[in-house]
Design a protein around this ligand. Structure first.
Ligand SMILES: Nc1ncnc2c1ncn2[C@@H]1O[C@H](COP(=O)(O)OP(=O)(O)OP(=O)(O)O)[C@@H](O)[C@H]1O
Length: 273
């Protein structure tokens, strides 16, 4: 079994924090007695496709909420494209697109209206809003349902319409909390293609996921959080090399289970025997 050394400092960067797409310093969230996120130090370069992994309850959503301005940190700072999210929230918001875990959508708008509304909120010129909305509806396969109200959308359709609303203003950084959860393979492919296209054009993508294959295929770098603490960070290759065991062909799932300390043993229900 491979072992994975804990790192002293998880800030892998040097230089100016403003140069990074996402930079957190000692980002911490405490709920009562529970330290949900513990001094999170991350530096994500511009144009990176960054995957944020961790078991249930590890602190992924809490971290993302603090990064995008939805949950005030107990302590610590977060910069998005050099802008302090909690000092300059309005400026920071214009730089980012957000697909949160629980989608709070305007249910009584149609899909088309919802996407366009988001564009207007961000101050995108009306002609661009119209053009981009139609293109997004087309690419996301929502054309035939564009005039249905969001309340009547399926889980996947809601995610796609929320994604469209999050990227229409061409943000520099897009945060997505579990974008592939509840999504069929066809839609998943469309979303992946859009996100990859965005990163090719310099947008930074920061997303959390439990789907290792997707993370392995898409991400340029990965961070793993466990019990609120960042326990590994790097490219897949770096994570493999840092694992001190023999297994240099380890998959991301192997690395993940190793890092969070899950041993490879069968889990049997005693009462089935
Ligand atoms: N508003 C809250 N009040 C109290 N505790 C909270 C609150 N939000 C989250 N927590 C706790 O903080 C911890 C981290 O939760 P979080 O939702 O960030 O985990 P996660 O990594 O996103 O998990 P999952 O993969 O299951 O979505 C959990 O123990 C959770 O119970």
């Amino acid at each position: 079994m491979t072992t994975f050394p804990q790192q002293d400092s998880m800030i892998p960067q040097s230089g100016n924090p403003s140069e990074y797409a996402v930079y957190t310093q000692d980002l911490t969230q405490v709920f009562g007695q529970k330290v949900a996120v513990n001094h999170l130090n991350l530096a994500v370069r511009r144009g990176e496709f960054f995957g944020f992994l961790g078991p249930n309850g590890a602190g992924k959503s809490t971290s993302i909420k603090m990064m995008v301005g939805l949950l005030r940190p107990t302590s610590g700072t977060v910069l998005v494209s050099g802008v302090d999210v909690w000092q300059n929230p309005l400026q920071a918001r214009t730089l980012m697109g957000v697909l949160p875990e629980h989608l709070n959508l305007y249910e009584r708008l149609t899909g088309r209206e919802f996407i366009a509304f988001a564009g207007h909120m961000y101050g995108v010129p009306a002609a661009d809003v119209r053009r981009r909305t139609e293109e997004l509806l087309e690419i996301l396969g929502l054309n035939n349902d564009a005039d249905k109200m969001v309340v009547d959308y399926s889980v996947g359709m809601r995610k796609k319409v929320a994604l469209a609303a999050a990227i229409l203003h061409r943000p520099q950084v897009i945060f997505l909390d579990e974008p592939f959860e509840g999504i069929d393979p066809v839609s998943s492919r469309v979303i992946r293609d859009i996100l990859q296209d965005l990163t090719r054009r310099g947008t930074t993508v920061f997303f959390s996921s439990h789907i290792m294959e997707v993370v392995e295929r898409l991400c340029t770098r990965v961070g793993i959080i466990n019990q609120g603490t960042l326990v590994a960070e790097g490219t897949l290759q770096e994570l493999r090399e840092r694992a001190s065991g023999e297994d240099k062909d380890a998959t991301l799932e192997d690395i993940f289970l190793n890092v969070i300390g899950v041993r490879n043993e069968a889990h049997n229900l005693s009462w089935l025997e």
